[in-house]
Design a protein around this ligand. Structure first.
Ligand SMILES: [Mg+2]
Length: 108
């Protein structure tokens, strides 16, 4: 099964709408970013690690980051699909990319 950005935002809005406090979600987001840092530190030898599946841990922590970022966006009625395309378009101009995301998608 593939999920879309809109599906995930709708799902998280439904889940968090009664909580309504996106600052607490932001604190969770920051915590999860720290967990990504911890895994990368283990992977790169800056922190001890014994027989851990660091790739799996990294994947799970990145998903946690995405979860809270998407939740905050959904509670603020931000259409991430559109903002991702808009920001990528601006960045592609600013940094002289060969093509932007929208062009990449249309060429597939
Ligand atoms: Mg986590």
């Amino acid at each position: 099964m593939k999920i879309s950005i809109a599906d995930y935002e709708d799902y998280l809005f439904d889940h968090y709408k009664s909580h309504g406090i996106d600052t607490s979600l932001f604190m969770k987001l920051v915590e999860e970013v720290g967990e990504v840092a911890e895994v990368l530190n283990k992977r790169d030898g800056r922190k001890a690690s014994v027989n851990e599946d660091l790739k799996s841990q990294l994947a799970n922590e990145l998903v946690d980051v995405i979860h809270y970022a998407f939740a905050i966006a959904s509670l603020n009625q931000i259409n991430l699909n559109d903002v991702i395309l808009e920001k990528d378009k601006k960045a592609s101009i600013k940094y002289h990319h060969e093509r932007n995301l929208e062009q990449f998608m249309s060429e597939r």
